[in-house]
Design a protein around this ligand. Structure first.
Ligand SMILES: Nc1ncnc2c1ncn2[C@@H]1O[C@H](COP(=O)(O)OP(=O)(O)OP(=O)(O)O)[C@@H](O)[C@H]1O
Length: 364
């Protein structure tokens, strides 16, 4: 699978752009603040229908304009895929292969994209929310049903929290939200647990290779509602926990249990590296996780994803850079960087090089 062409109109600092990409490597070079990340952000929109940088779609509309339009074309198993999006302050319209879609979940399973930026290198040491996002982004791409459960869970959680903030919330009304929370939350917990088990296995093997067998990486799902193998049992355990915490929730005016509070426990040789890992260990574990994410997409979908390496290569030492590039034989790469050494460039498979300057792109 690879992106063949991108068209942008009034997207961030691009007034208009039409560009054809190489199926292997696309090197996007340019000075700071010229539009390199903006370009890969547009590409990413074709996978999940939303940005990896902002949750406000209209932020991407070019300053002073009323809407943006993008068109991303890709090829997958000799078939063409076309994703079009038009966003204004009031509306968002998405078309897949010429047909308007009603829900973003209809877009999923078309184009698989993984983004790797310097932010992702901090995933181990930063707050749990970042680690939950890591799980959610991947699961949403490979399991549209997860995307639906997560969206519903978030809505119910918001409604329950709004009710808890009222001066005298009615316990009977709260119970309606409790039931819904358990319905969707239990499915999320079970799918996350299964996903983390797979990621643990793959990333542990990768990490062993990167560290020449010295480090044993383990990723475990830390859920405040213990994981059960049966959905009905999971729901009743969740509900039990909710009921146990109801007074606390009413006092704090917030929902204290559920997958929105979960985390990933990341250990190396038994030590929790979220707290005690060196910066090098945390960054290598992050790299192992990212590579595991790419491999899991392949395992689950039989498709090679597209990888956006946004300003991240220069953050890795030569050994890690080589490991990364060499493990990605069939993956289309988009590499953005202010500069790239001749040595690294010589290790890359064939491709195209582009220079970005002030929202204009020139091919070398
Ligand atoms: N909605 C918008 N409309 C117009 N310009 C925008 C908009 N959003 C961001 N920009 C501009 O885009 C530029 C940043 O682009 P981008 O983030 O792609 O930089 P970059 O080339 O990746 O730089 P760096 O190497 O520093 O990461 C900035 O000049 C910013 O002002």
């Amino acid at each position: 699978m690879y992106i063949t062409q991108v068209e942008l109109q009034d997207f961030r600092n691009y007034e208009s752009l039409n560009i054809e990409f190489h199926p292997n490597v696309n090197l996007i070079l340019g000075k700071n603040a010229q539009g390199k990340t903006n370009l890969v952000e547009a590409i990413y929109l074709s996978s999940l229908g939303k940005s990896f940088r902002t949750s406000n779609d209209f932020e991407m509309i070019r300053f002073g304009k009323k809407f943006f339009r993008i068109k991303i074309e890709a090829e997958k198993n000799n078939e063409d895929i076309c994703v079009e999006m038009a966003v204004s302050k009031e509306s968002k319209a998405v078309k897949l292969n010429g047909h308007k879609i009603k829900k973003i979940s209809e877009l999923l399973e078309s184009i698989y994209i993984v983004v790797f930026s310097p932010e992702d290198l901090k995933i181990v040491k930063e707050e749990p929310e970042k680690r939950r996002k890591f799980i959610d982004r991947e699961l949403c791409q490979i399991r549209p049903v997860y995307f639906n459960n997560l969206s519903r869970y978030k809505k119910v959680l918001l409604q329950r929290n709004t009710m808890l903030k009222e001066n005298t919330p009615k316990v009977s009304l709260l119970e309606v939200w409790n039931q819904e929370l358990c319905e969707y939350g239990s499915k999320i917990i079970m799918q996350r647990a299964e996903f983390v088990k797979k990621i643990d296995k793959i990333s542990s093997e990768i990490h062993k290779n990167i560290t020449n067998g010295k480090e044993k990486l383990r990723i475990q799902y830390e859920s405040n509602v213990p994981f059960m193998k049966d959905l009905e049992e999971q729901k009743s355990l969740f509900l039990e926990k909710i009921h146990l915490n109801i007074e606390k929730d009413m006092l704090k005016r917030n929902t204290s249990v559920g997958p929105h509070r979960d985390d990933l426990k990341i250990t190396i040789n038994g030590i929790d590296i979220r707290k005690y890992g060196s910066q090098g260990q945390q960054r290598t574990a992050a790299l192992s996780l990212k590579l595991a994410e790419i491999m899991l997409i392949k395992e689950e979908t039989q498709e090679d994803c597209i990888l956006l390496l946004d300003d991240v290569l220069s953050e890795l030492d030569e050994e890690r850079q080589n490991y990364l590039i060499n493990s990605l034989s069939n993956v289309q790469l988009f590499i953005t960087s202010a500069e790239i050494s001749k040595k690294v460039q010589s290790t890359l498979p064939e491709g195209k090089t582009f220079y970005v300057e002030n929202g204009q792109v020139k091919e070398k």
